[in-house]
Design a protein around this ligand. Sequence first.
Ligand SMILES: Cc1cc2nc3c(=O)[nH]c(=O)nc-3n(C[C@H](O)[C@H](O)[C@H](O)COP(=O)(O)OP(=O)(O)OC[C@H]3O[C@@H](n4cnc5c(N)ncnc54)[C@H](O)[C@@H]3O)c2cc1C
Length: 328
Amino acid sequence: MTPFDYVRADGPAAAVNQVAGSPGAAFLAGGTGLIDLMKLYVERHDRLVDVGRLPFDQVEATDGGGVRIGANVRNSDLAYHELVRTRYPVLSEALLSGASPQLRNMATVGGNVMQRTRCPYFRDGFSPCNKRAPGTGCSAKDGYNRPNAVLGVSEQCIAAHPSDMCVALVILDATVRTQGPKGERAIPFADFHLPPGDTPDRETVLEHGELITAIDLPAAPWATRSTYLKVRDRASYEFALASAAVALEVADGVIKTARIGLGGVATRPWRAADAEKVLVGQKPTPEAFAAAGEAATKGAVPRQFNGFKVALARRVVARALEAVAAVR
Ligand SMILES: Cc1cc2nc3c(=O)[nH]c(=O)nc-3n(C[C@H](O)[C@H](O)[C@H](O)COP(=O)(O)OP(=O)(O)OC[C@H]3O[C@@H](n4cnc5c(N)ncnc54)[C@H](O)[C@@H]3O)c2cc1C
């Protein structure tokens, strides 16, 4: 780990100035992702600006039935919050499927949104990796790619996005609120994470020094019937091999609204909009759910060791839909 200065920000504007004015600076929140990456020499910063004590620590109901989540709300506090458990169970379940209780007690919403891939070649600090060292190549494409993505991949990068929480946020039409050197922004969550393309090192639309202040969730009555299903190599404290965030609204025996997101298999939190269209107007049957699973993985590009993820993701989608359809 290279030496760095530690600064505690006394307000959002100061935090933005302290990072924006220094190319080697970064925001520090819970530290559960960033410090690991610095210890591994994957990231090197000469200054960390601690934003973890800024007053973005509330979960509040908003006019019209939505919820505003402060960027510093801890993952545990968000998962157990009454507004989230009752209005957006998929978000609560996604959070509780992630990491461990100790990590969830430290990890913040802003940090979770910004967490980086667990691709072993990215994290080893020395293998060719276009995300860590642009222009060096992608070791995963023809290497050990079992944990890597099959959807949204490019020739430059097949790293899977690791977050569970983000898969729920992408089906809930969340908005990311930021404060940066150029002022405030509201960014639709679906546009927030970038596909790898030719620049996998650029992962989000944030500018250097732009601070996440909150996540807004709109009213979503259909989300009361939602769930998150995560399949992984062990029952806890493990990232997803494939996961699905789903929601269903069924009226008069027919699906009116369907939402499907995928985790563990894509380069960014993945909204399977085509699979949602397959369901709307159909009866909630196992056949319809299987068809949605097929549609959700259309365009997948499997590699030597991760081809199983295509079949797994289909089944995870279908099973999650069956589970949520059975909710009374
Ligand atoms: C062993 C282990 C297992 C894990 N398992 C899972 C899992 O199963 N599922 C899962 O989803 N996650 C998992 N995680 C990841 C964990 O959720 C993240 O490390 C955590 O959410 C990061 O939050 P943090 O507050 O600690 O962020 P930090 O580590 O402080 O920061 C992470 C990044 O976010 C940036 N950042 C932080 N706050 C802001 C802000 N307000 N605005 C802009 N940028 C900001 C930082 O600059 C940094 O780049 C695991 C982590 C570990 C260490």
